[in-house]
Design a protein around this ligand. Sequence first.
Ligand SMILES: [Zn+2]
Length: 328
Amino acid sequence: MARRARGPGGARLLSISIDVDPVPCYYRIHGLGPAPDELRDVVMRRCVPRFAELFARRGLPATFFLVGEDLDIGALGGRARAARALCADLVAAGHELGNHSHTHPYELARLPADVVAREIAACDAALREVARRPTAGFRAPGYDLSPAMLAELARLGYAYDSSVFPAPGYYAAKAAVMAALATAGRPSGAVMTDPRHLLAPADPYRPSMTSPWRRGQAPVVELPIAVTPWTRAWAIGTSLLLAPPWLRTRVVAAMAGRRFFNLELHGIDLCDADLDGIPGELVARQPDLRRPLAAKLAALDAVLDQALATFEPVLLRDAAAWVHRELA
Ligand SMILES: [Zn+2]
């Protein structure tokens, strides 16, 4: 039945989301120790407005997953006030704010349930103050969704989670990098994701409350991050913006085999190391920081041109509403 194979009106749906991870997250991943304090809000201040401009120019809606602490005036003072004003502007422009935990602990899936609940609830409270509407969705740090997170999302009445990333090749690459850092005596602050996620469905599904990588009866639907049909190549923005054009074009073309394209980007994807004052120690470890902003913007425009020929852009919360109707 065509209606079941496609989104509303027969369209296929593209949701663009941006994880606004602050620079200290990258210092942790690369085992670099504490980040300089002045870099705390550089992704929010410099990169988020670039995404907002691009989306305004193209008339696209997007979902910004925010770390609650970046909006915490008690912790960050004027920087949090500026972040709140910027995020309120995103809401006014029709974008969605999503919950990306309060402090972005990579080990969130391994923390006690009460800590998990506090991490999610604190970010939720900050987002409500800024957006003045309930938050619909969550993305776990490090793609690692746990039953405790799902329980808290259900308690808060969230419509969806979007953390599951069933891309075996990505995990293999992450494991190799983490092993290399450990060997170099500079252990990564990243945490290996529960490998059961690799077997999760790649299309939206209703997860099990106790094993979120399996189908079940949770009130929250899962919107997995994009992987291509068959080979499950990862189709995330950071990789697409770095890939040579022939590969990028092939990955996006393969996504046309799916009815839903959940395109995940990171705030730092639109960072310009020179213009934004990113220290050499981080640039040396992160290849995307060595590409000029103009090249990354051109690549993102090319990805969007190609995807929008097939897919209709919607917020993740609207995609979730469609999935809820489909799975009812
Ligand atoms: Zn993140």
